[in-house]
Design a protein around this ligand. Structure first.
Ligand code: GLY
Length: 395
């Protein structure tokens, strides 16, 4: 499909060069990192959080979201230079080996979400060789267990292949495949590179629609893994665009580009970004699905912070002469500025997380107004990208 044809209808909203004041960014960093640490002390430093609406309760390392919890401490360490954050991440590392040895909830597509922002990040920050080996093991596991060699995609739930609904792939996987790209770079094993590129190709052909919107899931036949149709899981309807799923694409496409240099990916990314920008409400923070632009539906602030990181990542590869670059920068500042003002810090409501009004899984009536580690992590990543543009990415 030809990409890069989408025009931005809301051009005027993103014209000019709005920037969040530096002092506001510093205050946001201080308030977020202080809160991260005080909640960790209450949970127990080496424990993990389970989201219970506005609260976190302590649990073991057993969820797709937990890699981003450890990653939040590594980001906080890089933001502040304070070693106490690194010590928290260090105290959590043994749980990733245990999780791999015992295969605790690693029987699906989200192994990248677990091991990239935790173990690859820890290796990049500390150079710890044993953690590098563990991350390579995680890549092998994702490849052996969840990558369909027949279909060329990462399967949603490889453990129930006879279940029709499990024979799907999804937008979220754009943020799992950096595990494959990284493992290819580290080991030279071509199978990882080919698998990652195959997932990108399927995302481009089957999950991304011509107007820059996206399906959440794509259904394949049992057995043959032949393509069937686009469907949803966490979105409003099959033909709508679930905002967090779309955000996983907006952040994942430029990361994939950084590994494979396919120029079509930047055009695909631009189409996805323009679709998002044309569907943002007045305060620049998405509702849970882009079917909604105003009204009382739940927001998903995590979709905003994830997307901000994707906008800033793409700016690294665009020449200053590209008109979209100025649009991306202004949009990133407006979106993050609204998060700082209206969704983070002291907003008069008690949330254990750093960012309020995250939507979990609205169709399942689960977590309609919650905090979650993916909101926290990408908020800190966005703050780090704004304040240290040469930051060495974890993904
Ligand atoms: N990976 C599922 C989600 O974003 O909720």
């Amino acid at each position: 499909m030809t990409r890069g044809n989408i025009q931005l209808a809301s051009n005027e909203r993103f014209a000019g060069s709005y920037e969040i004041p530096a002092e506001k960014l510093q205050q946001a960093i201080k308030s977020a990192t202080d809160k991260l640490y005080s909640v960790a002390e209450r949970l127990g430093i080496s424990n993990f959080p389970a989201s219970r609406n506005k609260s976190y309760i302590p649990c073991e390392n057993n969820n797709w979201t937990h890699g981003m919890y450890t990653g939040s401490f590594l980001l906080a360490y890089e933001l502040t230079g304070d070693k106490k954050f690194l010590e928290v991440a260090t105290s959590q590392m043994a749980s990733y080996q245990k999780r791999m040895d015992e295969k605790i909830k690693l029987d699906d597509h989200d192994v990248g979400f677990v091991y990239v922002p935790s173990c690859i990040a820890y290796y990049k920050v500390t150079g710890d060789e044993s953690i590098r080996q563990l991350a390579i093991e995680a890549a092998e596991h994702l490849y052996d267990y969840s990558f369909s060699k027949k279909g060329g995609f990462v399967i949603r739930s490889a453990w129930r292949l006879q279940d029709y609904d499990a024979n799907r792939t999804m937008m979220d996987t754009m943020m799992n495949i950096p595990l494959f790209y990284w493992a290819w770079q580290e080991t030279g094993d071509q199978k990882f590179y080919d698998a990652a590129n195959s997932q990108v190709d399927i995302t481009e052909r089957l999950l991304m629609r011509a107007d820059g919107s996206s399906y959440h899931h794509y259904q394949f036949e049992i057995g043959t893994h032949a393509p069937v149709k686009g469907v949803t899981f966490q979105g409003h309807r099959d033909e709508s665009t679930w905002s967090r799923g779309h955000a996983w694409g907006i952040s994942g496409f430029p990361i994939a580009y950084s590994y494979n240099n396919d120029p079509n990916l930047l055009l695909l990314h631009r189409d996805a970004v323009y679709y998002m920008l044309d569907h943002l409400p007045e305060d620049f923070v998405p509702y849970w699905d882009y079917d909604f632009i105003s009204g009382d539906e739940p927001r998903d602030s995590s979709a905003a912070v994830i997307s901000v990181c994707g906008l800033l990542e793409a700016c690294k590869y665009l020449p200053d002469s590209a008109p979209e670059k100025a649009i991306y920068k202004t949009a990133a500042h407006k979106m993050l500025g609204s998060i700082i003002d209206n969704y983070a810090g002291d907003i008069g409501e008690p949330y254990d997380g750093l960012v309020a009004h995250v939507a979990g899984a609205v169709p399942m009536n689960s977590g309609l107004d919650m905090c979650a580690t993916y909101g926290d992590f990408f908020y800190l990543e966005a703050l780090l990208r704004f304040t240290k543009p040469d930051w060495k990415r974890y993904w």
